[in-house]
Write a protein that binds this ligand. Structure first.
Ligand code: MOS
Length: 765
């Protein structure tokens, strides 16, 4: 019979950063191998279920009615025509919606998942242009969509702040991100700048950007009595379950959120109003509800990246060493969200400098809450900082890779702590060599091929290592050496199950096909976020804790009388010998006992262990960052101004790479998003009324296949001794640095410096 056993693993004894994982230094053939996605076949066959693909008996379909004003109050709502339309089940407005509490806003509590904390259809108040003011439920999606067009709404309009100039005129506010003030002052940077023999001082602008994951935001919702069941497209199943419980006044255990496959997240697949509205409508109608936002609906109801205006000023001595690093500016925000787009993050840790002045301030606007979008802060901050360094390098007549090398810090320049591991110089070396950087012309407009100016540029990529508290995982090991891992994690396309299966198989010494990983279910252990590029570290640390506990129990319960008698968990390794998986003494594979024997001696058919990741002490002690070097070759048409990126290369230092194939895809995906940010993406916001003007993929441009060149990616693969399994995050870093590398290459090609994204052809004529 299956025995259940949960073991609380004590937090590591306090040593700086916790006990380094003893297995990091040891090679495992499977870890790092280019293993194909274990769920690849399921996805290719179309058998992977997404949130809007669960068909429930009696299900009704939802469509939203969006406000057309930015601020005010609903005056009248005429729903009669909609209610009389074919197939309509009901129309829900603030007058008949169930009473609900606001969604707890992300980061305000450990399991909060909300993009904002506004009331959801409770009082007729309007906070942004596009806010849902009614929901129509009907027998088919087409009936719901049609009826939604029949709802007539009038408003008491109030004066809204919808222009950046007006918002700035009302005053800028200091910001904080994750509780940390976005302000650093070390020395007198303005004085040092004024005294510097070489300097650059410029303003860079980045526009609003919208989330455009391939899978539209969707949820399929059913109530079973007081229990809420939701198939969601989310990066945070556990957070979403807890947050919905707060909204509907339920216990956390009464809400179950599953999300086995997600078609892209990038920070946008959190808890927005549509899931809450679908659950409320399902309650009101007494039947299951599916909601799938239209592409326009995503623009109206799911936040994106906000705009920024950034000043970067750098002073340098004749030796090229920075005496002043100033990175300040503003981001637009709302009064009801907490993502100040912390663009000073790269400047905090990338360069040594004699003085620093860094700050992000916010101007408050009446708009949809801006939110997390792939490398929030770093992506746009690295654009400004890395363009400014390129500008300074040209003024000083120094190669930009050399200028960066001269300012490589020994330790974190603003925190003072040591880096856990940092090999950026090596990343530059390998990237430059592979890219052929030596052939770059130091001056612009030196290389012409037919109608095209050709240039090269580079920039540094950087993203912090995060590991939030709450990681946990359950592992079951059977006598047949089958292993099952359960963790409340997410698969948005990055290979979550594959990589964890590799780690577990390698550490247990079992064949990869013996390991199954279940995830995407709030009923599984852990509060794991697929965000902040931390999911692998979070799961990995929990898995390592579970494996330690598993080894301890195997030895304690079944080790007596075997060659492993008396050994400690740290003295054994998973090892396969004579087709039998089991444990051996480290360095002595002949001292071996199979799992079948250990479990048999223990009198168990299987062992089930839950491991809790210890608190993330490593980030308290070490400065932990993934870094990289991006190289770009760009062409600018001398006649039309058209920019094309013809080569891209990323060389990354992210600790150990756990799967060469999925990691390469992560890096490339991030870099393609950076390419879109550089050349195409821009949300057009009507400053007269706060309405997004291009809420479609034919008006909002993202790179298509013909826009994307072959992208080379490589990595140092130097394990970080303080990161679980030696691996720091890789999900977001690809977007960072890329926009700057593109803009720098464009400058090198044609001699035009564009400081406001996107770099479109009109700016290059
Ligand atoms: Mo990322 S913006 O944390 O999904």
């Amino acid at each position: 019979t299956a025995m259940q056993k949960a073991v609380e693993v004590a937090p590591d004894a306090f040593i700086p950063g916790g006990i380094p994982d003893t297995l990091i230094a040891e090679g495992h053939a499977l870890v790092g191998a280019p293993v194909s996605r274990v769920d690849g076949a399921v996805k290719v066959r179309g058998a992977a279920p997404f949130a809007a693909e669960f068909a429930l008996d009696g299900m009704a379909y939802a469509a939203l009615v969006h406000s057309t004003i930015a601020k005010g109050r609903v005056a009248t709502l005429d729903t009669a025509a909609a209610e009389a339309a074919p197939g309509v089940v009901l129309v829900m407005t603030h007058e008949n919606a169930p009473r609900m509490k606001p969604v707890p806003m992300f980061l305000s509590k450990p399991k909060a998942a909300g993009g904002d904390n506004l009331p959801v259809l409770q009082d007729g108040s309007v906070h942004w242009n596009g806010q849902p003011v009614a929901l129509v439920l009907a027998g088919t999606q087409e009936q719901a969509d049609h009826a939604a067009t029949l709802v007539r709404v009038t408003y008491h309009e109030e004066t809204a702040t919808t222009s950046v100039a007006a918002a700035k005129a009302r005053g800028l506010e200091d910001t904080a991100f994750q509780g940390e003030p976005q302000k650093v002052e070390i020395g007198d940077a303005e004085a040092a700048l004024a005294a510097a023999p070489h300097r650059v001082d410029a303003v860079y602008r980045t526009p609003r950007l919208n989330h455009n994951a391939i899978e539209l935001h969707a949820a399929t919702v059913a109530w079973h009595g007081d229990e809420l069941r939701i198939h969601d497209a989310t990066q945070a199943v556990a957070h979403t379950a807890w947050s919905l419980a707060q909204v509907f006044g339920l216990r956390e255990s009464q809400v179950r959120v599953t999300s086995p496959f997600v078609g892209g997240g990038f920070g946008g697949k959190a808890l927005w109003q549509h899931q809450v509205l679908a659950a409320a409508a399902a309650k009101l109608a007494g039947r299951p509800v599916r909601i799938m936002l239209s592409r326009e609906g995503v623009y109206r109801g799911v936040g994106g990246r906000t705009l920024t205006e950034q000043r970067v000023a750098i002073g340098a001595g004749d030796d090229g060493r920075f005496t002043a690093l100033i990175h300040t500016g503003m981001a637009a925000m709302t009064a009801h969200n907490n993502m100040p787009e912390p663009f000073i993050m790269p400047a905090r840790s990338l360069y040594a400098a004699g003085s620093f002045k860094l700050a992000v301030q916010a101007a408050k606007m009446d708009m949809l809450a801006n939110t997390f979008m792939r490398a929030p802060g770093e992506s746009v901050g690295s654009f400004a900082l890395e363009c400014a360094i390129d500008e300074l390098a040209e003024r000083m007549n120094v190669d930009p890779t050399d200028l960066r090398g001269r300012n490589e810090p020994e330790k974190d320049p603003t925190k003072g702590s040591a880096f856990s591991s940092r090999n950026l110089v090596e990343a530059y070396r390998m990237g430059a060599e592979s890219f052929g950087w030596a052939a770059r012309e130091a001056r612009p407009r030196m290389r012409r091929e037919g109608e095209w100016w050709v240039g090269m540029g580079c920039a540094t990529a950087t993203y912090p290592y995060y590991r939030m508290p709450g990681g946990a995982a359950r592992i079951t090991l059977t006598r047949e050496s089958r292993v099952h891992v359960e963790v409340a994690a997410h698969e948005m396309g990055m290979g979550t199950a594959t990589v964890q299966a590799q780690i577990v198989a390698a550490r247990l010494g079992v064949p990869l096909e013996n390991v199954t990983v279940s995830y995407g279910d709030s009923a599984f252990p852990g509060t794991v976020l697929a965000g902040g590029s931390q999911q692998t570290a979070s799961i990995g640390r929990a898995v390592i804790a579970a494996l330690r506990a598993l080894f301890t129990d195997l030895l304690r319960l079944g080790g007596a009388g075997t060659p492993l008698d008396g050994l400690h968990f740290d003295e054994v390794r998973g090892h396969r010998r004579d087709n039998a998986s089991g444990l051996c003494k480290a360095g002595d594979p002949l001292r071996h006992a199979s799992y079948a024997e250990l479990l048999s001696r223990a009198g168990r058919d299987e062992l089930k262990i839950e491991g809790q990741a210890p608190p993330p002490l490593e980030t308290l002690h070490w400065s932990m960052h993934s870094t990289g070097a991006i190289f770009c070759e760009a062409r600018v048409n001398a006649v039309t101004g058209e920019p094309r990126v013809t080569r891209l290369l990323g060389a990354f230092d992210c600790g150990r790479i756990l799967n060469a194939k999925t990691a390469a895809s992560q890096f490339r995906g991030g870099m393609i998003m950076g390419l879109g940010m550089a050349l195409m993406e821009e949300t057009l916001f009507d400053e007269r009324n706060g309405r997004v003007m291009n809420p479609t993929l034919w008006d909002y441009h993202v790179p298509a296949h013909l826009d994307v060149p072959a992208i080379d990616v490589m990595w140092t693969d130097i394990p970080d001794p303080h990161a679980p399994a030696g691996a720091r995050g890789i999900g977001e870093i690809g977007i960072t640095g890329t926009a700057a590398a593109v803009a720098n290459a464009i400058y090198n090609a044609c001699g035009i410096r564009v400081r406001d994204l996107p770099v479109t052809l009109d700016k290059l004529l």
